[in-house]
Ligand binder design. Sequence first.
Ligand code: NDP
Length: 329
Amino acid sequence: MTRVLITGITGMVGSHLAEFLLKDQKGVEIFGVKRWRSSLANITQIKDQINLIDCDLTDASGCIGLVETVKPDYVFHLAAQSYVPDSWKNPNTTLIGNLQMQLNLFEAIRHAKIDPKIQVALSSEEYGRVYPDELPINEDNHLRPLSPYAVSKVAQDMLAYQYHESYGMKIVRTRAFNHEGPRRGEVFVTSNFAKQIAEIELGLKLPVIHVGNLNAQRDWMDVRDVVRAYWMAINQCKPGEIYVIASGKSRTIREMLDYLLSQTKTKIEVKVDPARLRPSDVEILRGDPTKFKQTTGWTEEYSFEQMMGDLLDYWRDRLKSKEPDHVSI
Ligand code: NDP
C-alpha cells in the first residue's frame, strides 16, 4: 500500500483530494492531519476510510511524532491559513504560521530519514502586482506579493526550493490559481455570494447581496480538477521545479456574480460594502498552464458553469439541512 499523508484534509482541497484518491487510485492508504478542534464537516462521508491524526503543524515535536507514525511515501502539504483578508488582520499567524508549518514538516521528514515525494500547495497570489503586458502569468513572472498571505506563500515556495537544493528532497512546487467548488470556505468570494443567494432563496436573509471589488479578474478552476492535477504533479513533475496550474482564462468577479444571479429565480439587489474592499487587491490573475499541461497531459473536466452551479447547490443543501452555524443574517 502507498502511504499518503495529507495535511489540511479537513479543508476544501484536502477533502476533495482524499475523495479522489479513494475513488480513483488503488492501493492507497490515506493519513490526514487534523487539529483537535477541526470541524469534520468536509470529511464526514469518508472518515471511516481514512486515518485521522491530531497534530497542530506549528508544533515541531508534534510533527516529528506525526511523520514517525505515518512514514509516508507521498506528502501533500495543503495546510495553511488560506484566507487573504485574514492575513491583514493577523499577519503574524499567517506569515509565520504558514512558513513554520512547512518548516516543521520538512524537518520532521529529515529527522525520520525518509524520502517521500512531496507536493506543496503554493499560490497565484505570489505574483501579486502583474502588469497587463506580463499576462498570462507563467513560472518565470516576477513575484510582487501584495498581502501577508502572498508573502507567506513566497516564503513556502523558497523554502521548498532550498530544501530540494540543500537536501535533495523530492518536492514539487505547484502554484495554483483560484479553485472553487462544493465545500469552499464561506469567507471566499465565490462561496460567500453563493451562500448569500441560497440564504435569500430560503428567506433567511433580506434580498440584498453585499459585495466588495467586482472588477478584479480571477482565473478560476474546479477544485476537483485541481486535486487530480496535484496527483499528476507529484507523480510526473520534476522535483525542485515550479508548475503553474491554471485554466488560462480570466473572468471578473462581476461576471461570476452575474452567473450565480442567473441561476436563481429570486430578485436580488447588489450593494457594495466598503468593509469588503481590501487594502491592496490583486487586479488581474490569468495563468499560463502550458508547462504543466505539456509535462502531465492534464486538462480540465469541469466547466465554470458546473463549478459555480455545484457550489450554489452545496449551499442550498447545507442550509436546507438547517445547520445553525451556517446561517448568517
Ligand atoms: P482551507 O482553508 O479550506 O483549509 C486549510 C486547512 O489547513 C484546514 O484543514 C486547516 O485545518 C488546516 N490548518 C490550518 N492551520 C493548521 C495548523 N496549524 N495545523 C494543522 N492544520 C492546519 O484551504 P483550501 O483547502 O482552500 O487550500 C488548501 C491549500 O491550497 C492552502 O495551502 C492554500 O493556501 C492553497 N491554495 C488554495 C487556493 C484556492 O483557491 N483554494 C489557491 C492556491 C493555493 P482546520 O480545519 O483545523 O482549520
